[in-house]
Design a binder for this molecule. Structure first.
Ligand SMILES: [Zn+2]
Ligand SMILES: [Zn+2]
Length: 482
């Protein structure tokens, strides 16, 4: 979810002159058009929320009422993004803000982008307030202020960091265009992104309210397995979610700062051996260097997209019809390139991410494996003392990991087969993940084949990306902005 929201917000903050409202929305004007569109979504949430309240407070149990509420609630952010996009571009909201802040050809004030996206955040907060009565009744949500803070941390906080970075960079470009040309500034911007990625775990800890997992047998047990799995990290963290979310996460490019985070619900619902399997999955991401892989992939992809665009503009004759058409598009062309980049990231990144998640799943199994393919059940003592990325799986370990996945789906009230696209584009569905692991239990050759293919996939992917970057550097198209 954060990645989709980040792509959406960064596109909405794109450095373009937004088009005037299209004729359909012109009578309303940008502000009113956006207001109507967002209200339309909010009224729908209000209707669903009050109907659900009536049902749960009423005398008769109506099956399905909660599941349709849950569906609308889960999709509420997507719905607001959709409505906001219509209001921003054809509705003329972006144009209205830019005209008010910088009439004529004046330069937009620093941070003007934040005013453009402010109504979206307002609508998101309004949606939380609308859902609050049901959340309190059904999910025992905490008092209002704590609930709002939790929603902010859960849904928006992660997207704000990269957003501020982008808006800050664009403000500098607008106001001091001369320093942007200088190489020290370009080095400093790249450096600040790297520093940002390195210190991100500290920012996450503060923003999301993580705290060290309290001392006790559970902490000792998990710390011992982290050591057995050869993980170098700062600390094991607890994320209090008022018992709503069962999830775990690893954050940190370098060994320090690096945190492994587990939510209160996960720690409450899963027995120690399954928690260890989940810990194994997270450590698997580190041992297989997935963070580095993701950032290298994104960085190379952006370099290639910029380079190809430069090459395209250079090769095309200046008077060709295609060039004329592109010039005619103006800022629509810039927006289209943002949209193409976003779709590419969603699909390519989703494709890579699902494979890496499978690799992490297998490492989660290795973490609790005894290493004997014919195992009929084992105890904690039988587990392999040192886990590597090729430790053999055992049937008991596979069942432990599958049970953990199953319980996570239950705890989150998630469908195993159809959790919705938002919940499955990065991870695949729980049903498919479990089916894959059970297939390995029946035929261990599948796992060996996966390892071979994964290696070939990584080598091929980076050889291709680096090859294209070198080619673009050789033709001189790599430098320059989009
Ligand atoms: Zn994962
Ligand atoms: Zn075993």
């Amino acid at each position: 979810m954060p990645i989709v929201l980040i792509l959406f917000l960064v596109t909405a903050c794109a450095p373009v002159a937004w088009p005037e409202p299209v004729s359909l929305f012109r009578p309303l004007g940008g502000t009113l058009a956006l207001g109507c569109l967002l209200s339309l979504a909010l009224v729908r949430f209000l209707l669903v929320s009050s109907r659900t309240l009536r049902v749960i407070r009423g005398p008769i149990f109506v099956p399905g009422a909660l599941s349709s509420y849950g569906r609308v609630r889960r999709r509420s952010m997507t719905m607001l993004m959709l409505m906001f996009t219509v209001g921003l571009v054809p509705g003329g909201w972006g144009w209205t803000v830019q005209n008010a802040l910088a009439p004529g050809s004046a330069v937009l004030p620093p941070g003007a982008e934040l005013l453009v996206i402010a109504p979206f955040f307002a609508a998101v907060v309004a949606s939380w307030l609308i859902f609050y009565p049901v959340e309190r009744e059904v999910h025992h949500a905490p008092p209002l202020v704590a609930y709002l803070l939790y929603q902010f941390r859960q849904q928006i906080a992660l997207a704000l960091l990269p957003l501020c970075l982008v808006v800050g960079q664009q403000s500098v470009v607008r106001w001091w265009p001369e320093i942007v040309e200088q190489s020290w500034f370009q080095w400093a911007s790249t450096g600040s992104v790297v520093v940002f990625l390195i210190v991100a775990p500290w920012l996450l800890r503060g923003l999301l309210g993580w705290r060290p997992l309290p001392a006790g047998p559970l902490r000792d047990h998990l710390m011992a397995s982290a050591r057995r799995l050869r993980l170098r990290f700062s600390d094991l963290m607890l994320w209090p979610t008022h018992g709503v979310v069962a999830n775990a996460m690893v954050a940190g490019l370098l060994p320090r700062p690096r945190y492994i985070m587990m939510t209160d619900r996960l720690l409450h619902d899963l027995p120690p051996d399954e928690l260890e399997a989940v810990l194994g999955h997270e450590i698997g991401h580190v041992r297989h260097r997935h963070m580095l892989l993701y950032f290298a992939f994104l960085g190379l992809s952006f370099a290639i997209m910029t380079g190809l665009l430069n090459m395209f503009v250079r090769i095309l004759p200046a008077d060709s019809w295609l060039m004329d058409a592109l010039r005619g598009l103006g800022d629509w062309g810039t927006l289209a390139s943002f949209a193409v980049a976003a779709v590419y990231i969603l699909f390519a990144f989703g494709f890579i991410s699902r494979r890496c998640e499978r690799e992490a799943d297998l490492f989660g199994c290795r973490a609790v494996s005894c290493g004997r393919p014919d195992c009929q059940g084992h105890t904690y003592r039988d587990r392999v003392p040192v886990v590597t990325t090729s430790t053999p799986l055992c049937p008991t370990a596979i069942e432990t990991f599958a049970a953990a996945l199953d319980r996570v789906a239950d705890s989150n009230g998630m469908s195993r087969a159809k959790p919705g696209w938002m919940a499955s584009w990065q991870h695949s569905t729980i049903e498919k993940r479990v089916a894959y692991l059970r297939a390995i239990k029946d035929n261990p050759a599948i796992e060996r084949r996966f390892r071979r293919r994964m290696l070939a996939f990584k080598v091929l992917l980076f050889a291709t990306l680096i090859g294209i970057v070198l080619l673009l550097a050789w033709t001189g198209d790599l430098a320059g902005g989009m």
